[in-house]
Design a protein around this ligand. Structure first.
Ligand SMILES: [Zn+2]
Ligand SMILES: [Zn+2]
Length: 758
């Protein structure tokens, strides 16, 4: 036993020493004394003095001996706590709740994440706590929704010039949340309330989207008898000593397997987390789990009010809800003694966070399960090639298959239509080929429903001068074109939100005429109304949801057969289950195939076609899928139409292996952004030079990013490849100076295992 050493700064009896992360102060951890009487434990939320204020912090580690004892060498301090020693030690003021916010295993997970993605620990910790919990808000913040009153009633008091401009803005965007409008139009709530008092707009308290479970009577469900392949899959999951990839065709009853695995986990006295893509987190999904597990289910949903999210999170932490259903961030849910993590639709790109820390919830789930000794299930009909390789070539994952649909429903028949042949000579390509029109007609006659898919919103993606052919571009982004929106006659940038009225003359040649080119969902909706005027259509895209009608309301209306056709973007591709849908039309299957810089384009196209097709024929009625394409011969399109994932995966993996691309190598993007293009380029070149010194790293010469300019910031990008992600993160950690991460001037953004190379 070594003699206890104490620091002359803080010689207090029974005192421990705590390493504390302070959320508002990222970049370092702080040491505080933990007086014996406070009963400080790892993972607790505490109040600490910081400079002249008190802040909330989280205890990351505890040591019995002061790490700053005079005789202790720096290396030993490192060993205890890591990081640089502080001068003098203050004491923790109070413990907010004796029950920790983080388990030691979660802290280990966050440490792993901080190193793997090369972000500071505090940033990693931030992503594990929902904002209302971080801010300690238990009261729901009131939210107001503003809507223009149209047409304005007669004899309203006149508006000032500024009020009039604001009113027109509100009309143009069709209202929205008060806070969001204030932000968008740089105004105050009081100004908008004045418009409301004058009678131009309404401003009402928004009933927070209810916890989908509260007050709703959900009929309890019992476990269904399993098909032989479901039973085998369940057995494999329960027996596996590593993550299980559950590869099941659409409609094969993966959810029932999940639920029985959860039931088993609860019997063992442990909890479960189910991750689903945000977009499919509908009341329908949630109520299936609620029906089976009742009050044990907690939902973490971004559409919940702040107060509800706060309460749900603490309910989970206290062990009052042991089954958590939620999107990406639910991977950190504080479930005590976690026994199972399920990642549904594991291939979904929504699991990758697109801001720092750019973690993949799927990969974090696998690591968390490993650290907690929990089972892990990754489910998909179209697994990511990373997971597929782990399950087949490497044996890191166990593989369970569900090769047929439950209830004997057949996979839909797919017909591939070559759009070039559907066009009349000399005419532009039609939006609808004759076979698709016939198929739609048939559905209308039979009273069945159809889904039409086009991955592009707005009216026309290009608005170009009729004389010189120059498209109109976003002034803040490059090379982004402006999308024409017919509904409000605006040109909009889908990247930065910039909008403008169409100009009267071409900025390039002065000609007065423009033509909209190509088609978005709005144009398709219009065309459909001409071809099939009797069809009732619901359009679902980012423009039609989020204002007056929510995603859920639109889907509920479609389910209730208030419409014949659901037309939408990728929002409708996932997880939806409508028994009356017997036709799926994919209007342009190869739109994403032409992205030259993105090696995942074929994989995405395959997944999209296969997932959208999977929406057809899920009930007793057989399904049909019509896929319109310009490249019927493309392997990804052909394999998706044949519902042949394994053939696609084998071909694509061979290509990736030949080119040393993921999953055969790890790839990261290092993007530099800033307002001064020369400085950005210089920073990128310096980084490439510095990284060149690290062995085992393949660094491509820096280039302007495919998206060269976004929101007024220029972007340069380096692609970095290595055999392991750790190698990339360590090299970047050493090579990129701190001021490039936080300081003014060009910023460096590292994206390990980058999913989108833009
Ligand atoms: Zn022109
Ligand atoms: Zn823009």
């Amino acid at each position: 036993m070594t003699k206890r050493q104490t620091c002359y700064n803080c010689a207090m009896d029974g005192t421990m020493y705590a390493q504390v992360a302070i959320e508002q102060v990222p970049g370092q951890l702080f040491t505080y004394a933990a007086p014996g009487g406070l009963g400080v434990r790892v993972g607790q939320c505490v109040t600490v003095p910081w400079r002249r204020v008190y802040r909330r912090g989280y205890v990351v580690a505890l040591a019995a001996e002061c790490p700053y004892a005079p005789r202790r060498r720096e290396a030993e301090q490192e060993e205890l706590f890591g990081g640089a020693p502080a001068k003098g030690v203050k004491a923790i003021e109070a413990v907010e709740d004796p029950l920790p916010y983080f388990s030691e295993k979660t802290i280990a997970l966050l440490r792993w994440m901080a190193a793997y993605y090369d972000v500071g620990f505090t940033l990693a910790l931030r992503s594990a706590l929902p904002a209302p919990v971080r801010e300690g808000r238990s009261q729901a913040r009131e939210r107001f929704v503003v809507a223009p009153i149209l047409p304005p009633p007669p004899r309203l008091p006149p508006l000032s010039k500024r009020q009039k401009a604001l009113y027109e803005d509100i009309v143009r965007v069709d209202g929205g949340l008060l806070a969001r409008l204030c932000e968008e139009f740089k105004t105050t709530p009081a100004t908008i309330r004045r418009l409301a008092a004058m009678g131009y707009v309404s401003c009402e308290r928004l009933e927070a989207p209810r916890n989908p479970l509260a007050g709703r009577r959900i009929l309890p469900s019992r476990p269904l008898p399993l098909t032989p392949s479901q039973a085998r899959a369940l057995e494999a999951i329960l027996a596996a000593d590593r993550p299980t990839l559950l590869f099941g065709v659409t409609g094969s009853g993966k959810t029932e397997v999940y639920m029985q695995a959860i039931a088993k986990t609860l019997e063992e006295g442990r909890g479960a987390v189910v991750l689903v893509p945000e977009i499919s987190l509908t009341p329908q999904t949630v109520s299936r789990f609620a029906a089976r597990f009742g009050g044990q289910v907690a939902v973490l949903h971004s559409a919940l009010s702040d107060g509800e999210r706060h309460d749900e999170w603490h309910r989970i932490r206290r062990g009052q809800a042991r089954v958590v259903v939620g999107p990406r961030s639910a991977v950190f849910a504080p479930v005590p003694s976690l026994g199972l993590i399920i990642v549904d639709e594991e291939h979904d790109t929504g699991y990758k966070q697109d801001e720092s820390p750019r973690y993949s919830a799927r990969d974090v789930a696998v690591m968390r399960a490993h650290l907690e000794g929990a089972r892990c299930v990754l489910g998909s009909a179209t697994p990511s090639l990373e997971s597929w390789r782990n399950a087949t070539e490497l044996g890191k994952y166990a593989l369970a298959r569900l090769p047929e649909r439950v209830g004997g429903a057949a996979l839909p028949a797919v017909s591939l239509i070559d759009l070039r042949q559907a066009a009349a000579p000399g005419q532009p390509l039609p939006l609808f080929s004759p076979p698709l029109i016939d198929a739609l007609r048939l559905r209308l006659e039979r009273g069945e429903q159809a889904i039409l898919f086009l991955n592009r919103r707005g009216y026309a993606p290009t608005y170009q001068c009729a004389a010189c052919g120059e498209p109109l571009r976003c002034p803040r982004c490059a090379p982004a074109r402006l999308t024409y929106h017919a509904k409000d006659d605006t040109l909009r940038c889908h990247l930065c939100g910039h909008w403008e009225r169409p100009p009267t003359r071409c900025p390039a040649c002065g000609a007065p005429l423009f033509k909209p080119l190509g088609a978005g969902t709005q144009r398709v909706e219009q065309a459909l109304a001409k071809i099939l005027p009797q069809a009732r259509v619901i359009r679902m895209d980012a423009d039609s949801t989020g204002r007056r009608h929510s995603h859920d309301e639109l889907l509920a209306a479609f389910r209730a057969k208030e419409a014949d056709v659901l037309l939408g973007t990728q929002m409708i591709a996932k997880g939806l289950d409508f028994p009356n849908v017997t036709l799926v039309g994919i209007l342009s299957a190869d739109r994403s195939l032409n992205i030259a810089y993105d090696f995942r384009a074929a994989e995405r196209t395959f997944q999209l076609i296969a997932q959208v097709s999977g929406r057809a024929g899920r009930g007793v009625l057989p399904g049909e899928v019509v896929v319109q394409t310009l490249q019927p011969e493309h392997p990804a399109v052909a394999a998706a139409c044949a519902c042949d994932y394994e053939r696609f995966a084998a071909d694509e993996l061979a290509l990736r292996r030949a080119q040393n691309l993921p999953p055969y190598a790890r790839l990261a993007t290092l993007t530099f952004t800033g307002e001064d293009p020369a400085a950005v380029e210089r920073a990128a070149r310096e980084a490439a030079h510095a990284l060149g010194r690290f062995p085992g790293l393949e660094v491509a010469p820096p280039l302007p990013a495919p998206l060269e300019r976004k929101e007024d910031r220029w972007r340069w990008q380096l692609l970095i490849k290595a055999a392991t992600a750790q190698r990339i993160a360590r090299a970047c950690h050493a090579a990129i100076p701190q001021e490039r991460r936080l300081g003014p001037g060009p910023r460096a953004l590292l994206d390990v295992d980058a999913v989108f190379l833009a």
